[in-house]
Design a protein around this ligand. Sequence first.
Ligand SMILES: [Zn+2]
Ligand SMILES: [Zn+2]
Length: 185
Amino acid sequence: MKSDQAFVDRFWAKVCKTDFCWEWTSYKVKGYARITLLGKSVGAHRIAYELVKGPIPDGLVIDHLCRNSGCVNPDHLEAVTVRTNTMRGIGPSAVNAAKTSCNLGHPLTDGNLIHRKDGSKTCWTCHRAYMRGWNKENRAKINVYRKRWLDRHPGKMAEMNKKYSGRHKKYRAKKREEARDEFGT
Ligand SMILES: [Zn+2]
Ligand SMILES: [Zn+2]
């Protein structure tokens, strides 16, 4: 790409350099500078980065440190992971990811944190309280479903009871043991 001087000249001719941002004066999509290279539309900020700073490592995206998506100033561009880019943005997912406590002030630290598949965080304490409330409110509905399930699976309950019997007792004994160790009684 660097050897194609005509392209490089054509590229920089589309840039209006100011003291701060280098504005792209040509074609843009959603505010992002675009240019056609070998018949393909590519991000002009990516080209600017590669022309000045070198190849963008595989899998990385270009982040605008100046938050001006139409800027192609290589000094304002950084190659980062998609995750970092989203975190730096100002979208709800970035706000959520940056949270250190829930709306009720429970700390969002290990042990009290649910990582959702979409990358957002949820407070375990609040989730548990919510589920407890939900169970209480929907007790009647749950009982209907349970009854229906039991009717459809005769003998299953006895089978499960047999399979899991003693587990709870064992768990309680283990917990007692742990507590004894902890308090030295
Ligand atoms: Zn800029
Ligand atoms: Zn909470």
